[in-house]
Design a protein around this ligand. Structure first.
Ligand code: A2P
Length: 355
């Protein structure tokens, strides 16, 4: 069977990579539909060297579509994906719109793809920072168990979308020209105040919750638990996070502190587990100054791990540094990998009783 695939948000930073990841995937594509806002209707993009005209996304755009890959923002997903499911399409959603809903699998292939069989038409791709952290910790979790995670993120601007990315480059240019940078987008479009990111750090990603955490931090905490502690038998993990936007174009960095259950773990054994896990690349050699960096991770599908070291004062606790391309591993590659699993396991259909 060949599949009709729609990419919702095809003109965006992630959308463009959804197109190229789909081109390189195992998915047999009969036809691709590229959907975006009204502003982009009529724009020409290419898929497999063929010109495709971008259409305005509307409920009827999904008639005859088998599979939707979506990254057009949470409100667009909320509005359009139920319409797509009604028309028989299975949707892999890169936004946070449905992630925590009980009947929506939240999936990282290689970690919990068995959850896909329970889908009701919508599958959620986790938050970019959650994906790379959980992917890197998963071999440790499987062998020794994990009691606690304390993470601080260093997140690239591209995660906030193409317009935030463009604005940061303009700010950098302005500052180099000794002009005052203007800021209208970050930390979040909905906020009253905006701050420049160029030559700066913003310890706010997404809106603030009542408890003082940002919603991005909330996502890392609760998505990690949903992915790793989904069934009642799995032990609970304590998770806390600080998320910071940094003036990097592509590639999120994460300082991850974790406490294992089985205190027998050692650094060489953790390194060995990570090195042999598909999708993870160990870059850990202080003598040679080898460690993951955003500039070297950008454009790659893998998650890079280094700086693994013990907390000398807390037995069973370790630190590591994790970097991945947030637009690929954190978004487009994971989304397309989910779609590949759905195709492989014959799950590209909305279950009758669930639509
Ligand atoms: P457009 O380019 O027409 O605005 P990014 O994450 O880089 O900001 O990209 C967001 C993506 O979501 C773009 O492809 C954008 O299309 C698309 N988008 C934004 N609003 C809508 C909407 N109301 N309906 C469909 N697509 C939308």
């Amino acid at each position: 069977k060949k599949y009709v695939v729609a990419i919702l948000g095809a003109t965006g930073a992630v959308g463009q990579r959804l197109i190229s990841e789909l081109e390189h995937s195992q998915i047999p594509v009969a036809k691709v539909k590229l959907l975006a806002s009204k502003r982009s209707a009529g724009k020409k993009l290419t898929f497999n060297n063929q010109e495709v005209t971008v259409e305005e996304a509307q409920p009827d755009s999904f008639t005859g579509v088998d599979l939707v890959l979506s990254s057009a923002g949470g409100s667009v997903s909320k509005k359009l994906l139920p319409e797509a499911v009604k028309r028989g399409a299975v949707c892999v959603d890169n936004t946070s719109a449905f992630r925590m809903e009980e009947d929506v699998p939240l999936v990282i292939p290689g970690v919990n793809e068995q959850q896909l069989q329970y889908h009701h038409g919508i599958i959620a791709n986790p938050n970019c920072s959650t994906i790379q952290m959980v992917a890197a910790l998963y071999p440790v979790y499987q062998r020794w168990g994990i009691e606690q995670i304390i993470v601080s993120t260093y997140q690239a601007v591209s995660g906030a979308g193409q317009s935030a990315w463009n604005e940061m480059l303009q700010q950098a240019q302005a500052i180099l020209n000794k002009q005052k940078p203007t800021a209208n987008i970050l930390p979040t479009a909905a906020d009253v105040k905006h701050y420049p990111l160029a030559f700066n750090l913003l310890p706010q990603i997404d809106v603030f919750e009542d408890d003082g955490y940002t919603h991005e931090e909330w996502k890392m905490i609760h998505e990690t638990k949903k992915i790793l502690c989904n069934d009642q038998d799995s032990p609970k993990i304590k998770v806390t996070a600080t998320c910071v936007r940094v003036p990097v174009e592509i590639g999120h960095g994460e300082s991850v502190y974790f406490v294992v259950e089985d205190k027998g773990a050692s650094v060489p054994e953790i390194q060995a587990e990570i090195a042999k896990t598909s999708g993870l690349i160990l870059q850990d050699n202080p003598q040679q100054q080898l460690y993951p960096q955003p500039l070297t991770a950008a454009g790659k599908r893998e998650t890079f791990v280094g700086r693994i070291r013990p907390d000398q004062e807390n037995n069973g606790a370790f630190q590591m540094w994790v970097v991945a391309d947030n637009l690929l591993k954190g978004a487009a590659s994971n989304t397309v990998a989910i779609a590949e699993c759905l195709v492989r396991d014959h799950l590209v259909q909305v279950p009758n009783n669930k639509a």
